[in-house]
Write a protein that binds this ligand. Sequence first.
Ligand SMILES: Cc1ncc(COP(=O)(O)O)c(C=O)c1O
Length: 430
Amino acid sequence: MTAATWIDAREDEATALDEGDAAGSARDSFLLPRDDTSSGYGSLAYLAGNSLGPQPAGVADDVRRELEDWAARVVEGHWSARRPWGDYHAALRAPMARVVGALDDEVVVMNSLTANLHFLLASFYRPTTDRYRIVIEDAAFPSDSYAVRSHAAFRGFDPDDAVVRLRPRPGERTLRTEDVLAHLGAEAHRTALLLLGGVNYLTGQLMDVAGITATARDHGISVGWDLAHAAGNVELALHDWAPDFAAWCTYKYLNGGPGSTAAAFVHERHLGDETLHRLSGWWGTDPSVRFEMRAELTPIASADAWAVSNPPILSMTPLVSSLAVFEEVGMPAIRARSVALTAYLEQLLVGEPGEVPFAVVTPSDPDARGCQLSVSVPGDPAGIAGSLRSVHGVVCDVRPPDIVRLAPAPLFCTFHDCWRAARALRQAAT
Ligand SMILES: Cc1ncc(COP(=O)(O)O)c(C=O)c1O
């Protein structure tokens, strides 16, 4: 059997898998774009959920409600809208906390991801003359790299010296936990802070958040996590794992829409600690006295203490419908489906028969990855991704120099979508 007939022959199997298992799926809760190619399938196979999730079905009504309330009530909407705007973020707190395994008070929905990292670094990067280094991964998302370099410079350090980038071993693409731990042990006397991605955006590697956090804390190193690719993708237990802080965006797996409001976590042990420096604003003061317009802030013992501005209602509204889906399905069921989908995609990509001209760089251990597979594609990955979209109706994305990212997000992707993606990549890359 040729490779082409092998993959073609498996379409029925993919369809049967979908018929047999809908647990963890909420496909009907999303608006998925129609397939405008000649592939013959109804909707696009949307495997770019790690860049921007699709629109939850309730969003248009939710946004319309806010527009109506704005038109009808103007300023009075702050307290009399159907969802009053003044504490709009408060209603999102509990469902968001459940997504990341945090206590409600540890979470605040606010700002954008990089802005949140800045606010948190302002509090938790506390360098001394000896311990001033910030450890990140070499494949950190550029914005995180820029953020930590700017904080080092802000405190008078040379970013090239102060920011340490952890690299995989020669010939390897992902970090080994033991190497991260060894570095923390050896360099603790110089290290102030560790900031890593929970799931790396490029490789799809899921880090050992619990183990790395525990070791860093044992060495007196402050720990923060960028959970942009982890929140809503893998199960997290932030309160129990106890990093100092975390931040994440909501437009990827949380399907909050382009530029939707981000979120932040501060562990309970820091809440109400007035020795911590914060960059403050009026939404971080005690709401019961906010409109007394005092000159000095009245502290609150929750993650809201890091909020600065009144909530951006229109960029928060999609989260109402999106988080309702997460509440309904729950992270354990989402994750169980995700593990099955991603294993299936991997098997179709690099399973038998024969050689394929690409390689999956994401770890094959389900505990070391979320739903994303990063495929190293030689030649012209952008051209290949373009043909996946225009010929096969498969949406993925590309990160230089060689990575095509395929993320079968379990809430709306199917086994058949995985089959389409694998078949398309096999055809386009050979
Ligand atoms: C891992 C990671 N960190 C940070 C960012 C920056 O996010 P924002 O533009 O919302 O600040 C992104 C954006 O895709 C990301 O993937």
